[in-house]
Design a protein around this ligand. Structure first.
Ligand code: PMP
Length: 394
């Protein structure tokens, strides 16, 4: 009899797959109008512009584009990202940045760098599922900070830092996934002040910040004086160009960035050279802000279509928010109703959303649900809402 190889590491069992992926699989039947996914609208990808940029990268810079390159990332892409970050109010040079394979990798690298098994991480409640998976893999103890409709409550954060002794706070302050909410400026200042005074790291994950449809922008946490030496700011081209590129970046204080760079060497040596060079060529030739203007226009219309019909579709007594940007609306069914139960009737009517429970740490709120408005036209959204209304009526 052959001897069995040893068991998997404990983390392979303790960190489950994303329940949202399982729900998405259910909703991928043709004909389903899905508010479940969190995907950018594919018809808004600038495929032609990217095709030309890849052709150029492969014809003019093939020997570089197809070669191994540095872990930090292509200098021209880092320059462009640095200029964009600076223009958004945070002085940044190419040297402050590490290009990553999506911002998801930046999260993993920072977690690997900062966390020992058993360390405590504070998160918003609810929060982004793949961040919970990432902290699970790092062996961290995840504790939720009490939040209200505006996000983290600073007094609750202070108390949690004092009692839980965390190493870091992970948050998505702008157009959060899953709730769409944005942490107001005064609370950001308070979070930065608490982080400085009580001594914790901050991870500011910002994949949605450039998808603002109304209202004025709110400064990054990383831009506050107390937070500057302790914030890992994560950015992404997934929502502004295309997620398939897998291009993101980490802006962090030098020591953290260097250590994350070493973690990246162990993970993948560097992010795809051809993708970085093509993206840099694309950004050099294209007015990304004009492209963003188009995306924002379409998403604003889709958000408004969803908001305008939600009252008719959801059970009487439901509540929901009105995010000024991003991809998601967060709703709550009346007391006693479970969004997982309603999903069964919804899927039978060929419409879907994601129940909110999996996004919570600790006790979940089963009445909540996340609706994404980006991948359907306003007409399809109206039809989806009519189907949802039928599901509600049973
Ligand atoms: N953070 C949050 C909050 C997200 O919602 C996502 C993906 N939707 C990511 C990070 C990962 O994005 P990327 O494609 O840049 O890896």
């Amino acid at each position: 009899m052959p001897a069995q190889p040893p068991a998997f590491a404990a983390r392979a069992h303790t960190v489950g797959g994303s329940p949202v992926r399982e729900i998405l699989a259910l909703t991928e039947r043709p004909g389903v109008i899905s508010f479940a996914g969190g995907l950018p609208a594919p018809e808004l990808f600038d495929a032609e512009g990217l095709r030309a940029a890849y052709a150029e990268a492969l014809s003019h810079s093939a020997s570089r584009a197809l070669q191994y390159s540095t872990t930090e990332g292509a200098p021209e892409l880092r320059e462009i990202v640095a200029a964009r970050v600076t223009a958004r109010g945070l002085e940044t040079t190419a040297d402050d940045l590490l290009i990553t394979t999506g911002s998801q990798q930046a999260l993993t690298l920072v977690a690997t760098t900062l966390l020992d098994p058993g360390d405590t991480v504070l998160v918003e409640n609810p929060t982004y599922l793949a961040a919970l998976q990432c902290f699970g893999h790092a062996g961290a103890r995840v504790v939720a900070v009490p939040c209200d409709e505006n996000g983290i409550i600073p007094q609750a954060l202070e108390e949690a830092v004092r009692t839980e002794r965390p190493k870091l706070l992970y948050c998505v302050p702008t157009f959060q996934n899953p709730t769409g909410r944005t942490l107001p400026a005064a609370r950001r200042a308070a979070v930065a002040e608490i982080a400085e005074r009580l001594g914790i790291w901050l991870i500011e994950d910002d994949p949605y910040g450039e998808l603002r449809y109304e209202g004025g922008s709110v400064p990054w946490l990383a831009a506050h004086p107390g937070a500057q030496d302790r914030t890992a700011l994560l950015g992404s081209f997934s929502k502004t160009m295309a997620p398939g590129l897998r291009l993101g970046w980490l802006r962090a204080p030098a020591a953290l960035r260097r250590a994350a760079g070493i973690a990246k060497q162990a993970a993948d040596l560097h992010t795809s050279t051809v993708d970085q060079i093509a993206a840099a060529r694309y950004l050099d030739r294209t007015d990304l802000d004009a492209h963003l203007h188009k995306i924002r226009g379409a998403y604003r219309e889709r958000r408004d279509a969803l908001l305008s019909g939600l009252g008719e579709a959801l059970p009487t007594g439901s509540t929901w928010n009105r995010p000024e940007g991003g991809m998601f609306i967060w709703a709550r069914l009346p007391q006693g109703l479970d969004s997982q139960d309603l999903l069964k009737s919804a899927v039978a009517q060929d419409v879907a959303y994601v129940p909110g429970a999996p996004f919570f740490t600790g006790t979940p709120d089963h009445a909540t649900l996340r609706l994404s408005f980006t991948t359907h036209t306003p007409q399809e959204i109206s039809e989806g809402l009519r189907r949802l209304a039928r599901a509600v009526r049973g």
